[in-house]
Ligand binder design. Sequence first.
Ligand SMILES: Cc1cc2nc3c(=O)[nH]c(=O)nc-3n(C[C@H](O)[C@H](O)[C@H](O)COP(=O)(O)O)c2cc1C
Length: 186
Amino acid sequence: MNKRKSMGIQHSMCVQPAFLIGTYDEDGNVNFAPITWVSVTCDADHYMLVISMFGTKKTKQNVIKTKQLSANLVSTNMLYLMDYFGSNSGHNGIKDKKSYDYSNGEILHVPTLDISKWVYECEVKTIVHTGDSDTFFCDIKNVQIDNDIDISDGIDLTLFDPVVYSGQYHSIGKHLGKIGDYIKED
Ligand SMILES: Cc1cc2nc3c(=O)[nH]c(=O)nc-3n(C[C@H](O)[C@H](O)[C@H](O)COP(=O)(O)O)c2cc1C
């Protein structure tokens, strides 16, 4: 007998790290907004980012127009930016009440946040509509990571100190090891 209770279907758990999505509009204005419905899949020979947005937000409109975006990993020292970008819409003007530095992408014409330790530069390949949401399947054209972090032996997420948002903000705990570390001899 398990110890669970049924809760209906109005809950979801999103335990992937949070990202700030960077876009330009048709006038070249920069915009960032938090999007946490982000996942990964792959095409024949490369990874793809899967990013889902509801409604008519500026970010979504920019992505539909330009087909390009950056996904900037949010570390805990960036929560003030995520809160600011998430409680304002680019539809109501440029989000310039908090200062931050950004650079253009190395490969694509996308704004990237200088403070972020992991940045994807992405090009939209396929859009899937469900209700009020659009899900963008994006080719990853470039990955930039912090100069001081070495991932040659695998990715230790704790070094990126990511924010996980699942209705509320969290940070992640311990690095627990690699695949195979827990295989037990019978
Ligand atoms: C923590 C957090 C996570 C969010 N995740 C998503 C998301 O996954 N998808 C989405 O469509 N909107 C999400 N939003 C809402 C947008 O970020 C918010 O509506 C923002 O103001 C849109 O700005 P824009 O109109 O400039 O694009 C999130 C907001 C916050 C604060």
